[in-house]
Design a protein around this ligand. Structure first.
Ligand SMILES: Nc1ncnc2c1ncn2[C@@H]1O[C@H](COP(=O)(O)OP(=O)(O)OP(=O)(O)O)[C@@H](O)[C@H]1O
Length: 547
């Protein structure tokens, strides 16, 4: 490196230059650069006696995932190097819109014969780039992962997800990105269904990891969330930052996270780059979870959706087309439209505007209160909640007391209290809305924006808005109207199609009682027990890395 001069062209910088140096290109020592670092940008100017067109590159440190310094492989060469890795949004080459594209900028430093000095100087630059790009993070009231001294992540890959390419996508793209961002991670390849759930529930040492990354479809994250909430220390476990990398065919949460980052829709490959970038940036946000009660089983926790009718049928019936990736939903929709049917049942919900508990935090601060009792006034074993508009329920255990039958709360089952839900065999509270119609084409509860990569089902949803976006389509709609609805959903415009049969309500809790004898109910795209089901949202219960 030559002695420092005043940096050229001060006027282009948006903030003052704090570091300036002159280096050569890594592959060509005749090409020289003047490199300026400001608080917000790395500015690279090609130095030449003759005028060179477009000789200046300006890279935002917001787009930088990492920077490192190193010696060359040739021990006789005293030079050192530093390289910074960026993923700026760039206009696509062939189509409209933007996507994140990798830019690597490397420099050779050889100011002195002393290799130690050159390396020290290279390290100073790499550190300065890292520190400034970390400061560019939007600060929220959460931990900023990139500011942690070390980042140790467990990365769970389902090799069977989607088109069966998750592992090769990890090898070809994600491993490199995480290396660039200096993220230490341990790869766990799931071997079977419930492997991840059992691992996080029974064996995960929370202190050993800073985040759990799921590279799969939404099904593997469903397992991980439920595994965390089945632990006795669920309150601490569910605070573990989670991250999603799209490896499945639906990838709804990955598409939602990408959407929340303010980016325009992208292809599946570009979605992986976008989510990888957000993971490397490491900003943690809160994410709503919904607790879902099934008639005979224990409750499950859901982060995405609950569906019955058309959407659930398409999701499950289109499994056989998974080799076509995200297009499986389009194929499934067309097939199901051809045999459109009506689903009978009853739907009720607690409107968000009426929920007394709406401003409470996520109600996770206490374990299930062992003292909370239901006392019975009749002989049929039906509990009557104590005087409390926010009463509890869950899979309760029947015990005898001197007063007769009591349904006692079980011995501290893990997970938060569901304060809005009465037991499933009791009527819904009087402040709930009972939908008058009983014939539906679909019922869909969404808590994030995307139902699949290209289905923006709840456009005004936010990661932790504490809302269930409930949609239902009443019977009587035509095939053509339903097709229009789903086509409009690709851009999130279905609510403006004036479909008279579509209803959207923002709710905190809901109950669905299907009357059709057979059918499919899905939670986060996974089939659950068919029968009465109810759910309530827990605002910001989980944490997700959203960049
Ligand atoms: N090694 C494995 N072999 C078979 N199934 C697995 C394995 N690992 C995980 N699973 C199960 O595969 C199911 C589907 O996983 P996931 O939803 O993540 O992928 P996908 O179905 O391809 O994606 P999408 O939901 O986006 O369509 C999950 O229920 C998960 O438990």
């Amino acid at each position: 490196m030559e002695p420092r001069r005043a940096p050229p062209d001060r006027d282009i910088h948006t903030s003052p230059v704090t570091l300036y140096g002159e280096f050569t290109a890594i592959g060509n020592r005749k090409v020289r650069y003047g490199v300026s670092l400001t608080e917000k940008e790395l500015i690279i100017q090609r130095l030449s006696s003759a005028p060179v067109p477009r000789n200046k590159v300006l890279l935002s440190l917001k787009d930088c995932v990492g920077s490192r310094a190193y010696r060359g492989e040739d021990n006789t060469d005293s030079a050192a190097y530093f390289t910074a890795y960026f993923y700026p949004l760039r206009k696509r080459w062939m189509s409209s819109g933007t996507s994140r594209q990798r830019v690597e900028q490397g420099f050779r430093l050889s100011a002195l014969q002393d290799p130690g000095y050159n390396l020290e100087e290279a390290e100073k630059w790499a550190r300065a780039v890292r520190e400034r790009s970390a400061r560019q993070q939007y600060q929220r009231d959460e931990v900023v992962m990139s500011e942690l001294p070390r980042r140790r992540m467990m990365l769970l890959v389902n090799p069977q997800s989607g088109k069966g390419q998750a592992l090769s996508l990890y090898n070809s793209q994600i491993q490199k990105m995480l290396h660039e961002a200096d993220v230490l991670h341990t790869l766990v390849i799931t071997e079977r269904q419930n492997h991840a759930r059992e691992l996080v529930r029974d064996k995960l040492d929370l202190a050993q990891w800073d985040a759990l990354v799921i590279m799969s479809g939404d099904g593997l994250l469903f397992e991980v969330i439920n595994g965390l909430l089945e632990r006795p220390d669920w309150e601490e476990a569910i605070r573990m930052p989670l991250a999603i990398l799209p490896g499945g065919s639906g990838n709804a949460l990955a598409a939602s996270v990408h959407h929340y980052s303010g980016s325009t829709p992208v292809s599946s490959e570009e979605l992986l780059t976008s989510c990888g970038f957000l993971l490397c940036k490491g900003l943690v946000s809160r994410m709503d979870l919904v607790s879902v009660h099934l008639i005979s089983g224990p409750r499950v926790f859901s982060f995405l959706s609950l569906a019955w009718g058309f959407v659930a049928d398409v999701d499950i019936e289109s499994e056989k087309y998974r080799h076509v990736g995200a297009a499986r939903f389009t194929v499934g929709t067309l097939v199901r439209l051809a045999s459109l049917r009506v689903y009978r049942g009853r739907l009720a919900y607690l409107p968000a505007s009426l929920d007394k508990c709406k401003d409470q935090p996520n109600q996770t601060s206490s374990l299930w209160p062992a003292s909370k009792m239901y006392s019975f006034s009749n002989d049929n074993g039906c509990p009557i909640p104590e005087q409390n508009s926010c009463h509890s329920n869950n899979s309760v255990k029947v015990t005898r007391s001197e007063n007769g039958l009591h349904r006692n709360i079980p011995q501290n089952p893990p997970g938060p209290q569901d304060s809005l839900l009465p037991p499933l065999d009791q009527p819904v509270p009087s402040n709930w809305v009972v939908v008058p119609e009983e014939d539906f084409v679909l019922v869909l509860a969404m808590y994030q924006s995307h139902l699949a990569e290209d289905l923006l089902a709840a456009p005004d949803s936010a990661l932790d808005d504490g809302l269930i976006h409930l949609f239902y389509v009443k019977a009587g709609t035509s095939r053509a109207a339903l097709l229009r609805l789903f086509l409009a959903m690709e851009k999130g415009a279905h609510l403006t199609t004036n479909c008279q049969h579509l209803v959207h309500a923002k709710v905190r809790a809901l109950r669905l009682e299907p009357h059709s004898p057979k059918g499919i109910i899905t939670v986060d795209g996974e089939v659950v027990e068919y029968g009465p089901v109810q759910a309530q949202v827990h605002r910001g219960l989980a944490r997700l890395i959203t960049g």
